[in-house]
Design a protein. Structure first.
Length: 226
């Protein structure tokens, strides 16, 4: 309401000379325009999170996404009835509003439509960022599980070998051989490196999933038109 009071005190524009219908329009327009800053701020935050979600996902980002979606739902719940009310005033036959003021109401109605569209667009962005966040987290979890599985797979035969030769049996073929200990270490080392080599050849470790060299074209191909 402060902009309307300032205009009344300053006598700026036709607000003093016009009737109460123009004053009602000015109040409605000021209320509707007050939604622009929060909608714009939420959009900027979502754009920032969209740029950060691939490189720096965090549980705090998920909380902020939830707060943004909740705020957008609240804004839409409040703004949509106001848009319907302005639409009824613009399209109705209420004699309390002159034809000249209805032109201004049309401008307010356009602002309402822009805000509702902006809120819906921000909600789609928020849903997209959340889906991307969940995909990135799932991908990182899969990478961690793959590393842990590979480590466990490498140490299983080593643990088995150490367990066999750690048994307290006096009669064992290699127990009293002076070369048994270094031979066992060599066999365990070769087993570990052999499994790591197999995993590497299979593409499970050490090889990033890169496409062929496509130059500057981010979508693949040679970047040349036929």
């Amino acid at each position: 309401m402060s902009p309307v009071l300032d205009r009344l005190r300053a006598g700026a524009g036709p607000i003093r000379g016009a009737g109460v219908d123009y004053l009602a329009y000015a109040i409605l327009d000021t209320i509707v325009d007050g939604y622009y800053p929060p909608v714009r701020e939420i959009g900027e935050r979502l754009e920032y999170m969209e740029a950060q979600v691939l490189t720096r996902p965090s549980p705090r980002m998920l909380d902020r996404l939830g707060q943004a979606k909740s705020l957008l739902v609240s804004l839409r719940r409040v703004l949509k009835p106001q848009r319907d009310a302005v639409k009824r005033l613009f399209e109705g036959n209420d004699s309390r509003f002159s034809d000249g003021v209805r032109v201004y109401l049309r401008d307010t109605l356009d602002h309402c439509d822009q805000l509702v569209d902006g809120i819906d667009s921000n909600r789609e962005v928020a849903n997209g960022v959340m889906n991307t966040y969940l995909s990135v987290v799932d991908h990182r979890t899969n990478d961690i599980m793959r590393v842990l599985t590979i480590m466990a797979s490498v140490f299983i035969p080593l643990t088995f070998t150490a367990g066999v030769y750690g048994m307290n049996f006096d009669v064992m073929p290699e127990l009293h051989s002076p070369r048994a200990y270094p031979t066992l270490l060599i066999v365990m080392t070769l087993t570990a490196f052999g499994m790591l080599g197999y995993f590497w050849r299979s593409g499970w470790i050490g090889r990033a999933d890169h496409d062929d060299d496509d130059g500057d074209n981010p979508f693949g191909g040679s970047g040349k038109r036929g």
